[in-house]
Design a protein around this ligand. Structure first.
Ligand code: HMG
Ligand code: MG
Length: 298
């Protein structure tokens, strides 16, 4: 069976923009977030409180967050460490996300830490967030393949998932950072997680479309009972610290499929496509989303 409703975790303003070379003005980012909310998205990842040298595009997090924090939607932000948490809490953030890696290579490239050092860095972040009733998402990158290490063993992924839940994360997002997953691999990982005591309702999925598998993988996850799906408006994005990471699953492509399946998301597809076309014009290149191209007017 399939779920009756899916919650889309919109990452366009964070994962989508973090890799853009040209700095997007803060007011354009704010308008992007507001338009996404207006299109019916209810969870909109706004920005990251990371080191500005590591992700220069999101160096304006302090300026951006207050421009959108009045919106009546969940606005999670990424925080790698206590410094990031302090910055986010100072602005009133009520949802944060830490981001771990299933592989040593990516932990080093993305966080300058080993996998276990990164988990140790997150421990006080999660504890302090929880003590203030702040919701914590735990991302886990490279759950299927890694550009340096190749295929990632399921047991390695399960171990870090367990560790993130043991730290106190409320939900996890399983990242296929470089888009190499296929539906059979998705089923195998979800089944292994269940067998190790990780319930499906704690899991979201985060697919990238490098090999054109993102929707197939999403369908496999939905059939397994997953109801939280990450997507990026217009298919923007990629990770600056992962070679060969291309666009995220486009929110429009996801909504098109879910609508066809009779699954409710609350998203107005016309408004969302218009938003992605507007953003594509600001970025100076067309959206890679097939649905945006099919339904768009430009
Ligand atoms: P580091 O160089 O090891 O930092 O970087 P450090 O802890 O040694 O600190 C060095 C200096 O940075 C200190 O300043 C700190 O205060 C400062 P100094 O004392 O030298 O003047 N600093 C900060 N400043 C502002 N905000 C902060 C902060 N932290 C330290 N939060 C660090 C470690 C974690 C900071 C760095 O590696 C980093 O910022 N990494 C972020 C990388 C990133 O954002 N990647 C993209 C997100 S992950 C992703 O996209 C994948 C995902 O989409 C899922 C998927 O697809 O797989 C989520
Ligand atoms: Mg990503």
């Amino acid at each position: 069976g399939l779920p009756a409703r899916v919650r889309i975790h919109e990452v366009g303003a964070r994962d989508g923009l973090q890799n853009e070379k040209t700095t997007v003005p803060t007011d354009v980012k704010a308008e992007f977030v507001r338009r996404l909310a207006d299109a019916g998205l209810t969870t909109i990842e706004a920005t990251s409180f990371v080191h500005p040298k590591w992700v220069p595009q999101l160096a304006d997090a302090e300026q951006l967050f207050p421009l959108v924090s009045d919106l009546d939607v969940a606005l999670p932000v990424l925080v790698p460490n206590e410094r990031g948490l302090d910055r986010a809490l100072a602005l009133g953030a009520r949802r944060v996300a830490v981001f771990a890696s299933a592989t040593e290579s990516f932990a080093k490239a993305n966080l300058n830490r080993t996998v276990d050092e990164a988990l140790a860095m997150f421990e006080p972040v999660v504890a302090r967030a929880r003590a203030q009733d702040v919701h914590v998402r735990g991302y886990l990158s490279m759950c299927f393949g890694d550009p340096w290490e190749g295929a990632v063993p399921v047991a390695q992924v399960v171990r870090v998932c367990r560790a993130l839940l043991d730290l106190g994360c409320h939900e996890l997002s399983l990242g296929d950072t470089i888009g190499v997953a296929t539906p059979g691999h998705v089923r195998a990982l979800l089944t292994a997680l269940n067998e190790q005591g990780v319930p499906t309702d704690a899991l979201g999925v985060h697919f990238h479309d490098t090999y054109g598998q993102a929707l197939s993988n999403t369908l496999a996850a939905l059939q397994h009972g997953v109801t939280t799906v990450d997507a990026s408006a217009g298919g923007l994005g990629g990770c600056p610290y992962a070679k060969s990471a291309t666009g995220n699953l486009a929110t429009e492509d996801l909504v098109w499929m879910l609508r066809g399946l009779g699954i409710d998301t609350g998203v107005d597809l016309g408004r969302l496509v218009a938003t992605s076309e507007w953003m594509a014009a600001r970025l100076g290149r067309p959206s890679p989303s097939r649905t945006v191209r099919a339904l768009g007017t430009t």
